[in-house]
Design a protein around this ligand. Structure first.
Ligand code: HEM
Length: 148
């Protein structure tokens, strides 16, 4: 393996990129951990979203750990997350209005926990991923066939 192989480039470029993002946004693993824990605390108290999550997640600590790795990868480009978000959302009883509610709580939490630049970054990512998840899983309610 020479010093221009993709693995070598990724292993040297990625830490630099992560450091730049941290410096520009004030985001860090600690801030993202607080974001994730505070956000899912609100989700679990939300009258609409809580029953959907509680029906699927029996053991919260592993889910929160996965979500910290996910946000570390998405916001800080650390590559810590290796999972598949789309299958995890298939079959959930959700419409776009649920994603809007999810995003409203996420925005509120990001503004409380992150710097303005950090909040802008994570909210933009969340909005983009929410739109693509919604398209990928289809709108279950919209797909119920009419009988006549
Ligand atoms: C209406 C909105 C949403 C609902 C109800 C929802 C619900 C869930 C549930 C129940 C799980 C756990 C699935 C399982 O372990 O069986 C999950 C996992 C996950 N969700 Fe969401 N979610 C929503 C929106 C989002 C959005 C907008 C994002 C990203 C910005 C996201 C990212 C993830 C990720 C990364 C996982 C972990 C997948 C894995 O690796 O197992 N979710 N979600």
């Amino acid at each position: 393996m020479n010093d221009t192989s993709p693995r070598i480039i990724a292993s040297t470029v990625r830490p630099r990129l992560t450091a730049e993002i941290m410096e520009q946004t004030g985001l860090s693993e600690d801030v993202l951990q607080e974001l994730v824990h505070s956000f899912y605390g609100k989700v679990r108290r939300d009258i609409v979203l809580a029953p959907i999550f509680e029906a699927r997640i029996k053991d919260w600590p592993p889910h929160l750990g996965r979500m910290c790795a996910f946000w570390s990868s998405v916001a800080l480009m650390t590559g810590r997350y290796s999972g598949a978000p789309v299958p995890a959302h298939l079959g959930l009883p959700v419409k776009w209005s649920h994603f809007e509610r999810w995003l409203a709580l996420f925005r509120e939490t990001a503004e409380e926990v992150c710097s303005p630049a950090g909040a802008t970054l994570v909210v933009e990512k969340a909005e983009r991923i929410a739109r693509s998840l919604h398209v990928a899983i289809g709108d279950v309610a919209a797909k119920v066939p009419t009988l006549r």
